[in-house]
Every structure is written in structure tokens, then in C-alpha cells.
Design a protein around this ligand. Structure first.
Ligand SMILES: NC(=O)c1ccc[n+]([C@@H]2O[C@H](COP(=O)([O-])OP(=O)(O)OC[C@H]3O[C@@H](n4cnc5c(N)ncnc54)[C@H](O)[C@@H]3O)[C@@H](O)[C@H]2O)c1
Length: 406
């Protein structure tokens, strides 16, 4: 039990807000989760969940049954307010992608009337540098009498979907305060459920460190994706090349793929590029290299298809990575949709993790795709695909973007 039981308002009950809210509730805090999605609010209040995450249903049920977690459409007064709303990007100036802070701004405006002296406001959403200060300014514009009396901090979330509950507890936690009081209050709160180290800094450094983590991954994947193009041009096996190079004690090249997806790695680097466009040349190029890979894959299929009259193209995988159901920013989904529009051939898509009502085209069973396809395009290394019997596909043209059908 925490030494000090708080009333905590969590704004946004998605992949981050709901696990955080229920974790805090099971530690004894009184938690009100707020979401603009009425269906989600009703589902959560009945002790169930509206998203897919292992064991989250058990945690939410126990939090709701204990009486410590409620969901609602509007906030109330409390001690701490956590903002866990989306921070997507929007197109700006042609192809430069800029952060869309409208959800953060709306959530901040929604809590402003309920703030009191001594409250802590924590921005957990992944945000461009300066956003915590923007949150503070919105509050002060609406409630000038609270100047110096409400504390703001940025505590970025770095959990991995599929392992959110474990990582919420075990990961180290960066806390960026706009004041010493904000740091102290945030530390006390996270200590109630976080076993990892609490790392204190200012809000701008905290914001940038989260963006830098995902940009590091993006740049390194771009290197692997560029290698895959170079190897293809030179007739060299990229997987073998990387495996051999990685035997060097200080080399660790990542694996190429059909592109980069998901709502973090494919999005967050743009937040750095848009705030420092002249300096962030490598980060921007990495984004462009990764974003160009789906087109390259498509052209590869087009070239291979020329030897058939009306080829059947079996596409294996739609999600942005293996063994999940998430298709946000998925390059595989992009490739399949573009293939369907291209009229290169008949497309049979297959993904054992995706429900048929989640996509605007028919899905096929793996065995049927393997039987019918002339060209087999592997886009995601789901376990089911890595176990395909090589004998079954030995007569097919195989384009393997993940290197698992070797
Ligand atoms: N999902 C992840 O794995 C992950 C990991 C690290 C960081 N993040 C970051 O965390 C933030 C939240 O991501 P998520 O995956 O939980 O998003 P999500 O889309 O799953 O959930 C966000 C929720 O906020 C609600 N919402 C929108 N506007 C609102 C408002 N004004 N008031 C109250 N609720 C509102 C939405 O209805 C939705 O339920 C983002 O900035 C994201 O980049 C996510």
C-alpha cells in the first residue's frame, strides 16, 4: 500500500492510460480514468477491456472490483492528473510530418477547471520538446491564480506492447520536472508501482530522450534496410552478410524488413525532424529510407510477376511486426493495399493474428494461400509463417522480406 493514498485522474484509457490507471488502482490509489470514447468507458466500468494486451483484463477486473478504478467521460478534482492521450503526426509543408498536439491540448483544457493548489500534472504522451511547458502555459492561461502552485512533469512511457504490465513495473522511469516540487511529487507517485530506477531530469531532456530512443531504433533499422537494397543490387545475400558482420565484437546490425511501422518508431523521429529540420539530417534520411522500402518491395513483386499471365500473389502478414494484431502505420498493410490497386495479379492476403472485420478485403487461410500462390510474399515473421514446410513452397517464386523462409 502506498504511504500516501492519492486521487489520480488519468486522461486517455488506451494502451498506456488503462494499464497505468489499473496499476495505480491496485496499489491502493483512488483512480478515475477519463476517456472521450463512451464505449470504452462503459466496457471498463463493467470490468472488461476494449484493447488487446495480455493479462490486462485480469488487472482491470480486479481494479474495478476493488472500487479503486472508475471510468468516466469527464474529469473531477484530484491530487495528480496523468495525460496519456494520443500524439500522432500530421502532414505539413508537403512531406514534413509535424506533431499533432490537439489531443494533449484538449485534455489539458478539460482538466484545467478541476485543478487545485498543490496538484501534479504528468504528461506521459510521447511529445516534442517543449510540450510540458505548453501544458503548463495552457493551465496558467485558463487559471492564472494557480501560477507557481500547480506542478508539471513529463514522464515518458517506454513499454513494449505485449509486455506492458511487466515493463510498467520493471522499466527504468525518466521523470522530467519543470520544478523541484514536480520532481519530488512524481518520484513519490511512480515509486508506488515502479521497481526500476527513477531517473530525474528537466522536462525538455525527458521529452527528447524518449524521442531519441525511437530515433536510434529507426536509424539502425534504416541501415539494415539500405543494406538489403545494396545486397540485392550486388547479388549478395543480405542475411548472411549481416550475420557474418555481426560476428565482429563491436558490430550489431539489426534485421531489414518491408519497412518500419507502429505508432512509435515510424512517428516519433518526425517530432525531432520538425523541431530541428536543419540539424536532423540523418534522422530524416532514415525515416525516408524506411518509408521507401514498401515501394521497393512492390517493384520487386512487379518484376517477378512479369513471367506470369495473371499471377496469384500470396501475401503473408499485415501487422507492423510479428505475433501481434496491431496494424498501425504497418508497411505490410501498405504493400498489400498497393498491390491490390496495382492489378499486377490476384492478391490473397493472410494473417492469422488479424480478424477479418479489421481489414477492407478478404483474408485467406494459410494452407489455401500456400496451395494457390504463384508468388509468395512474406511480409511479417509471425511464428506460423516461420514454420512453413520448405517442401510446400519449393516451386513458388518467394520474396521473403524478413529472411525466415531460407
Ligand atoms: N502504445 C504504446 O505502446 C506506447 C508506448 C510508449 C508511448 N506511447 C505514447 O503514449 C500516448 C498514448 O498512446 P496509446 O497507445 O495509449 O494511445 P491509444 O490511442 O491507445 O489511447 C489514447 C486514448 O485517449 C483517448 N482520448 C483522446 N482524446 C482524449 C481527451 N481529450 N480526453 C480523454 N481521452 C482522450 C482516446 O479515446 C484513446 O482511448 C501516445 O503519445 C503514444 O505515443 C504509447
Amino acid at each position: 500500500m502506498p504511504r500516501e493514498i492519492q486521487k489520480i485522474i488519468v486522461m486517455g484509457l488506451g494502451y498506456i492510460g488503462l494499464p497505468t490507471a489499473s496499476m495505480l488502482a491496485t496499489k491502493g490509489h483512488q483512480v478515475l480514468g477519463v476517456d472521450v470514447n463512451e464505449t470504452a468507458v462503459n466496457i471498463i466500468n463493467s470490468g472488461r477491456i476494449h484493447i488487446v494486451e495480455p493479462d490486462l483484463d485480469i488487472l482491470v477486473r480486479s481494479a474495478v472490483n476493488s472500487g479503486n478504478l472508475r471510468a468516466a467521460l469527464l474529469p473531477e478534482e484530484g491530487d495528480t492528473f496523468i495525460l496519456a492521450v494520443p500524439t500522432p503526426f500530421k502532414e505539413e509543408n508537403g512531406n514534413l510530418k509535424a506533431p499533432d498536439l490537439s489531443y494533449v491540448q484538449a485534455a489539458t483544457r478539460a482538466i484545467a477547471p478541476f485543478l487545485r493548489e498543490g496538484n501534479l500534472v504528468i504528461l506521459e504522451s510521447t511529445s516534442p520538446v517543449g510540450t510540458t511547458e505548453v501544458v503548463e502555459q495552457i493551465i496558467l492561461d485558463l487559471r492564472p491564480e494557480l501560477a507557481g502552485k500547480v506542478h508539471c512533469a513529463h514522464c515518458p512511457e517506454r513499454v513494449l506492447p505485449g509486455q506492458i504490465l511487466r515493463e510498467l513495473v520493471d522499466n527504468d522511469r525518466i521523470i522530467g520536472g519543470t520544478s523541484k516540487a514536480a520532481l519530488a511529487k512524481a518520484r513519490t507517485l511512480y515509486k508506488t508501482f515502479c521497481n526500476g530506477a527513477i531517473l530525474e531530469t528537466d522536462s525538455r531532456t525527458a521529452e527528447l530522450s524518449k524521442l531519441v530512443e525511437n530515433s536510434f531504433r529507426d536509424v539502425n533499422i534504416a541501415f539494415a534496410n539500405e543494406l538489403s537494397l545494396i545486397c540485392d543490387r550486388l547479388g549478395v545475400n543480405v542475411w548472411e552478410t549481416i550475420a557474418l558482420a555481426n560476428r565482429h565484437p563491436r558490430v550489431n546490425i539489426l534485421q531489414p524488413g518491408p519497412g518500419v511501422g507502429g505508432h512509435c518508431i515510424a512517428v516519433d523521429p518526425w517530432f525531432i525532424v520538425s523541431s530541428a529540420p536543419a540539424e536532423a539530417r540523418l534522422i530524416r534520411t532514415a525515416r525516408e529510407v524506411n518509408d521507401a522500402k514498401p515501394h521497393w518491395v512492390l517493384e520487386k513483386v512487379r518484376a517477378k510477376a512479369q513471367r506470369f499471365r495473371d499471377p496469384i500473389i500470396g501475401c503473408l502478414g499485415l501487422t507492423f511486426k510479428a505475433n501481434i494484431d496491431d496494424m498501425r502505420e504497418s508497411p505490410s498493410m501498405d504493400i498489400v493495399q498497393r498491390l491490390r490497386e496495382s492489378q499486377i495479379g490476384t492478391v490473397l492476403a493472410c494473417d492469422p493474428n488479424v480478424a477479418s472485420d479489421k481489414v477492407p478485403f478478404p483474408l485467406f487461410e494459410l494452407k489455401d494461400v500456400l496451395k494457390q500462390a504463384d508468388i509468395l510474399l512474406l511480409l511479417v515473421d509471425h511464428t506460423e509463417f516461420t514454420e512453413i514446410d520448405p517442401q510446400m513452397i519449393k516451386d513458388k517464386v518467394v520474396i521473403d522480406t524478413k529472411g525466415v523462409l531460407r
